[in-house]
Design a protein around this ligand. Structure first.
Ligand code: HEC
Length: 172
């Protein structure tokens, strides 16, 4: 009985210390990651001026999946991926608020498309890391956005191939 009481008191102390610690962290950290980030419809405008993340050339590596990803089953295509503010992952996972844009272009300009993904968080599209998908005009203006819904199943399905990289194929 006595032992139990000691354990109980000890447990309470640890619990209180952990709480104090988390309060302290909240107060110290003025760059708290929001629980949910809802990009506005213009969030990707001019995304090609963001930090260059990767340049992929040649046939889309997803050719074995039909080669229809990003309209790029073509040896002359160049696909560029941009990260807003050069956002990096933390332990392999991108913070809520991360924005990534992708530009697909043939040298002769015949194929041009753009896509984006935003780390929305808060359980939005939990089947694919809480990412929200964006189909964009080449200047980054919005065509359509969505999560795990009709019209975006392809995004979820194919990017599941990069699940170990937080659904971002070009994660460094
Ligand atoms: C058939 C497979 C496939 C489908 C479908 C697909 N993607 Fe991708 N996506 C890729 C691959 C592969 C890359 C890696 C870059 C490259 O080589 O083109 C990529 C890259 C991206 C990137 C850059 C970040 C990264 O993962 O490297 C964005 C943004 C993106 N895709 C958005 C979308 C959106 C939005 C959709 C749905 C409208 C979509 N993708 C559907 C295969 C796919």
């Amino acid at each position: 009985m006595k032992k139990l009481t000691v354990f109980a008191i000890f447990g309470c102390l640890i619990f209180m210390a952990a709480n104090l610690q988390s309060c302290k962290n909240d107060a110290d950290d003025d760059t708290v990651t929001p629980e949910e980030f809802i990009a506005d419809d213009a969030a990707f405008v001019d995304f090609t001026s963001w930090a260059l993340g990767a340049t992929e050339e040649g046939p889309d590596p997803s050719a074995d999946l039909g080669g229809f990803a990003h309209g790029a089953d073509d040896s002359t295509v160049v696909r560029t991926i941009y990260f807003k503010d050069g956002q990096d992952p933390v332990d392999g996972v991108y913070p809520v608020g991360t924005l990534i844009g992708k530009h697909v272009m043939n040298p002769d300009g015949t194929v041009a498309a753009a896509f984006g993904m935003a780390k929305r968080g808060n359980g939005f599209n939990s089947a694919a890391g809480d990412w929200e998908w964006f189909k964009l005009m080449t200047d980054g203006t919005l065509i359509e956005r969505g999560g795990n819904v009709a019209g975006f199943e392809g995004c979820n399905g194919c990017h599941a191939g990069a699940a170990d990289k937080d659904y971002v194929f070009t994660q460094k």
